[in-house]
Design a protein around this ligand. Structure first.
Ligand code: SF4
Length: 367
C-alpha cells in the first residue's frame, strides 16, 4: 500500500524504513561519521534521514556560507515536539549558518482560520519568546511574517507558473472542495524554502530544511520546482533532514489541541506531573511482574522524554534502559524521576522566558 504523508495531519508513520524507501530519503547514518560534533538528536538516530546533507557538511567543513530555513505555524501553545527543530537551529547557529525563521501566519489563516493579529500574538508569546529562552539567538536570525513578506509572496506567484493542479492533487490529495487558499498555500511554503537563495537574501547557496518527516511533501515539491527554475534563479536544490515525530504521551502524535498528549513549555508543575503520571509506558500490569520480567523502554513515552529531552548524557540514558529492562526500576519510580527532571528544567526555562519576552517583542516590532 502507498504511504501518504500529510503535512497538516496527525498520523505518525509506523515504519520509517518504508517511508525512506518509498520517497528516496537517504539514511543519516551515511553522513553522521563526517560530522565532527553531531547533535545528540543525530547521535540517537532521532534525525534519521536526509536529502543532500553532504552539501551542508561541505559548506561547514570549508567555512562557506549556507542557510537554514524553518517555519512555525502559530496555532496553539508550544510543546516539546516543537522544541526538536529549535534544538537543531541552535546547533546550526553554532555552525555559523544564516537562519531564516518564518512565522507561517498565512498558513494559520488558511488551515486554522486564525487572524493575523492573533497569529502575531501567539507567535511572539508562545513560540519566539520560548525559542529565545531555549538558546536560539533571535537577534541573529532573519525572522519574518509570511503575510508581510512581499518577496516571498511574489516568488510564490512566479513559481506557481510551472506547477499545475494535477501535481498538487497527487502530492497533497486536494479535492474539489479544497479552498483555493489551501491549494495555493504550498507555493508560499516552497517560496519560503527557496527565497534565501534570491540575490537580495544572499544569493544561491546550500540551504537545509530540518523537518519532521510528515513535511516531506513540501520538500519534494520545493526541490522539483527549484530544478524547473534553474535558468531564472540558479537555485541549488535545497537539502533536508528528517526527524522522527515525537509521539504524544498518550501514544499518538503530540498536538496542541489535545493537551493530554503534550507537555507545553508553559505547563505548571501540577499539569506536567499529571501528564507524566498518566503517560503510556512499556511497563507490565503489576509491579511484581515488572520486577520479575522487566519493562520495554522501546514502547514507552516516558523513556522517549528521556531520549529526546531529559537525558543529554548517553551513559545515563543507557543506565535507565538497563534498569528498566532488568526490572530494577519500575514505572512509578521512573516517572517520579522524569517528573523531577522536567520540573527543574521548566523552572529554569520559565525564568529565561521572562527575560526573553521583552527582547523578542522589540525584535518583532522592528520587522
Ligand atoms: Fe518506561 Fe521507565 Fe516504565 Fe521502563 S520503567 S517502561 S522506561 S516508565
Amino acid at each position: 500500500m502507498t504511504i501518504k504523508l500529510d503535512p497538516w495531519g496527525s498520523a505518525i508513520p509506523e515504519n520509517y524504513s518504508r517511508v525512506m524507501e518509498e520517497f528516496g530519503i537517504y539514511p543519516f547514518d551515511n553522513v553522521i561519521q563526517k560530522i565532527p560534533n553531531p547533535h545528540p538528536l543525530m547521535r540517537r538516530k532521532i534525525i534519521f534521514g536526509h536529502r543532500d546533507f553532504e552539501r551542508i557538511l561541505n559548506a561547514i567543513e570549508k567555512g562557506e556560507k549556507f542557510a537554514v530555513m524553518t517555519g512555525l505555524m502559530p496555532s496553539g501553545k508550544m510543546h516539546l515536539g516543537h522544541k526538536l527543530v529549535i534544538d537543531q537551529l541552535i546547533w546550526y547557529q553554532a555552525q555559523k549558518s544564516d537562519i531564516f525563521l518564518c512565522v507561517a501566519d498565512l498558513e494559520a489563516y488558511s488551515a486554522r482560520g486564525i487572524s493575523f493579529e492573533q497569529s502575531k500574538k501567539l507567535a511572539v508569546e508562545e513560540y519566539l519568546a520560548n525559542y529565545h529562552a531555549l538558546g536560539l539567538d533571535l537577534e541573529h536570525c532573519r525572522v519574518y511574517f509570511q503575510s508581510t513578506n512581499n518577496a516571498v509572496r511574489h516568488l510564490a506567484f512566479l513559481l506557481s507558473k510551472k506547477v499545475n493542479f494535477s501535481e498538487m492533487k497527487a502530492i497533497y490529495g486536494f479535492v474539489g472542495e479544497s479552498s483555493i487558499s489551501q491549494i495555493f498555500y504550498p507555493m508560499i511554503d516552497i517560496a519560503d524554502i527557496l527565497h534565501p537563495q534570491l540575490e537580495e537574501f544572499g544569493g544561491p547557496r546550500p540551504t537545509v530544511i530540518p523537518v519532521g518527516v510528515d513535511q516531506d511533501p513540501h520538500i519534494r515539491l520545493a526541490r522539483d520546482v527549484a530544478a524547473r527554475f534553474q535558468k531564472e534563479f540558479k537555485f541549488i536544490l535545497p537539502s533536508s533532514t528528517y526527524h522522527r515525530l515525537l509521539p504524544g504521551l498518550t501514544g499518538d502524535k503530540m498536538s496542541s489541541s489535545r493537551p493530554e498528549t503534550a507537555i507545553f513549555l508553559t505547563d505548571s508543575d501540577a499539569e506536567l506531573e499529571k501528564k507524566i503520571r498518566n503517560a503510556f509506558t512499556g511497563g507490565l500490569p503489576t509491579a511484581a511482574e515488572q520486577r520479575r520480567l522487566g519493562g520495554d523502554p522501546s514502547k514507552c513515552r516516558v523513556y522517549e522524554l528521556y531520549v529526546y529531552h531529559l537525558m543529554p548524557d548517553d551513559e545515563a540514558l543507557l543506565e535507565i534502559d538497563e534498569l528498566c529492562r532488568s526490572g530494577k526500576m519500575i514505572c512509578g519510580e521512573c516517572k517520579t524521576k522524569a517528573i523531577e527532571l522536567m520540573k527543574s528544567y521548566l523552572k529554569e526555562h520559565r525564568a529565561r522566558y521572562k527575560r526573553a519576552l521583552p527582547k523578542v517583542e522589540k525584535i518583532v516590532e522592528k520587522i
